[in-house]
Design a protein around this ligand. Structure first.
Ligand SMILES: Nc1ncnc2c1ncn2[C@@H]1O[C@H](COP(=O)(O)OP(=O)(O)OP(=O)(O)O)[C@@H](O)[C@H]1O
Length: 323
């Protein structure tokens, strides 16, 4: 069963020279109970897609349905079955945890008690602080409260826009465990994130850049379909290794990757790791470490980005940064 169907969605902002094509002919679908990730750097178009699907922005072109309801014609019905956790903290800072939750429940004509079962797991973690104002909560607690508020009317589909930005690693992990539990209740989730490690936790992902989808598949299939060899190389300062490998005649691509430099080589080339070691030794490097590695989502994204734009990845670790 498909919960979300998106066809040729297109959105531009501004006019003339100021015109920005934010969403460019985007199509995808999301199955009931699936966690679907929209993965892309800042400005890729994720929020614009979310705003159209949550019926707060009209598309220039294209259509979408959510639970068989048309995004434009049936927007009032859609709003009743959607939960939306926006990227920036959206709660009332001067209201307490409990007051925020009561407020969101009342907007949907419901009560905390009525839907307590759905939020119980998450709410019990912040309930001891229910009289604390939202503005005084830690990042992780704010995020749990925002998720409770997005769930308080028992939505069928949950939109999460960069839900873990600015949250510590432990809270990020806990948050994803909460999403996995919600999935068991049959809630469809669509998550926008710039974090590559979170991409791997989704059932399927769409890699998006400049408003265009570059690839849609399971994280596993995206990694497995990487066409080249990837070697991780360490030999002292990454900036120096990068500079040297840029001149290596068999390199296809080279970029910093956490504490390593990744070197990609066409699978059709006759190649041995020893060639790189010898080359680096000749360039004056010592203590050279080189291993062949399986492509990560990040590697796949870098390859797609370098094929599709003039943007070059500058620094990569767990989130995408482009220059
Ligand atoms: N109201 C607006 N007016 C003009 N341009 C806009 C507007 N909203 C977004 N844009 C532009 O549209 C493009 C897509 O932005 P969007 O916010 O959808 O991307 P995003 O992937 O969610 O990135 P971010 O995380 O930075 O919000 C960007 O180039 C952005 O500058």
């Amino acid at each position: 069963m498909k919960s979300i169907i998106v066809n040729n969605l297109t959105k531009t902002y501004g006019k003339g020279k100021e015109k920005v094509l934010a969403v460019d002919d985007v199509s995808f679908d999301v199955g009931t109970g699936e966690i679907f990730g929209l993965i892309g750097p800042d400005g890729a178009g994720k929020t614009s897609i979310f705003r159209m699907l949550t019926t707060v922005l009209l598309p220039d072109f294209g259509s979408a349905s959510i639970e068989n309801l048309d995004m434009v014609k049936d927007y009032k019905e859609i709003r009743k079955i959607l939960g939306y956790m926006p990227g920036r903290f959206s709660l009332y800072q001067d209201l307490t945890i409990e007051e925020n939750l009561e407020f969101f429940a009342s907007v949907f004509n419901t009560t905390i008690e009525e839907n307590y079962d759905l939020i119980k797991d998450i709410y019990i973690q912040i309930e001891p602080f229910k009289n604390r104002r939202a503005g005084k909560l830690s990042g992780g607690m704010k995020q749990k409260l925002a998720l409770c508020c997005a769930l308080i009317h028992k939505p069928k589909v949950l939109f999460l826009d960069e839900p873990t930005t600015g949250v510590d690693p432990v809270s990020r992990k806990e948050f994803w465990e909460m999403l996995q539990r919600l999935k068991l209740q049959g809630i469809t989730m669509i998550v926008a994130t710039p974090y590559m490690d979170e991409a791997a936790l989704c059932d399927r992902i769409a890699l998006i850049q400049n408003g265009k989808i570059l690839s849609i598949d399971t994280p596993e299939n995206i990694s497995n379909s990487y066409p080249d060899y990837i070697f991780e190389v360490k030999a002292g300062k990454n900036s120096k290794v990068l500079k040297a490998l840029e001149q290596f005649d068999q390199k296809k691509n080279v970029y910093a990757y956490g504490e390593f430099v990744h070197l990609t080589i066409d699978k059709n080339e006759s190649f041995s790791e020893q060639k790189v070691v010898e080359y680096l030794k000749k360039e004056g490097f010592k203590n050279i470490e080189i291993n062949i590695v399986k492509a990560s989502i990040e590697d796949s994204f870098i390859r797609l980005l370098s094929h599709n734009s003039n943007h070059k990845p500058k620094y990569l670790n767990t989130s995408i940064t482009l220059v």
